[in-house]
Design a binder for this molecule. Structure first.
Ligand code: HEC
Length: 118
């Protein structure tokens, strides 16, 4: 039964089906990142597309984007309000509303995961 349910793993649509939700926020955030398929535009450590800015060191980069805005706050805003700040050289095309399908805890975990990428 579990094997059947997990047939969708290959399509990477529902990470919840591939593995149980992690309790560690960074590990959970990584699962959320994968389940939302952020990698169809972004690359982390060589994995994913290069259409959008690479996120391999986003925890460090984010602290430099907007004066006075800390990394975590910048990353959260990039997800819930992608047009608030548009990275120079990139089009303003990041989809809006990713947070709408997430629980507050999962959104926090996603932000924590990305902030941890230094
Ligand atoms: C359709 C392509 C696309 C998808 C899917 C996408 N993004 Fe983006 N994202 C972009 C583009 C293009 C930019 C740069 C322009 C901008 O700042 O809006 C960006 C910017 C960002 C930034 C700021 C990067 C920086 O260097 O300042 C973060 C953080 C980010 N995205 C996270 C995510 C996360 C997390 C997801 C999945 C929930 C995601 N993105 C999904 C296209 C995408």
């Amino acid at each position: 039964m579990r094997l059947l349910l997990c047939a969708c793993t290959a399509l990477s649509i529902a990470v919840a089906c591939a593995e149980p939700p992690a309790t560690d926020p960074v590990a959970r955030g990584r699962q959320v990142y994968r389940s939302l398929d952020c990698g169809r535009c972004h690359q982390i450590a060589g994995e994913g597309a290069r259409f959008a800015p690479e996120l391999t060191h986003i925890g460090t980069v984010a602290a430099t984007r907007v004066p006075g805005v800390a990394a975590e706050a910048y990353i959260r805003e990039s997800i819930v309000s992608p047009s608030a700040y548009v990275v120079p050289g990139y089009p303003d095309v990041m989809p809006h509303g990713f947070q709408l399908g997430l629980s507050p805890a999962d959104l926090d975990a996603l932000v924590t995961y990305l902030t941890s990428l230094r």
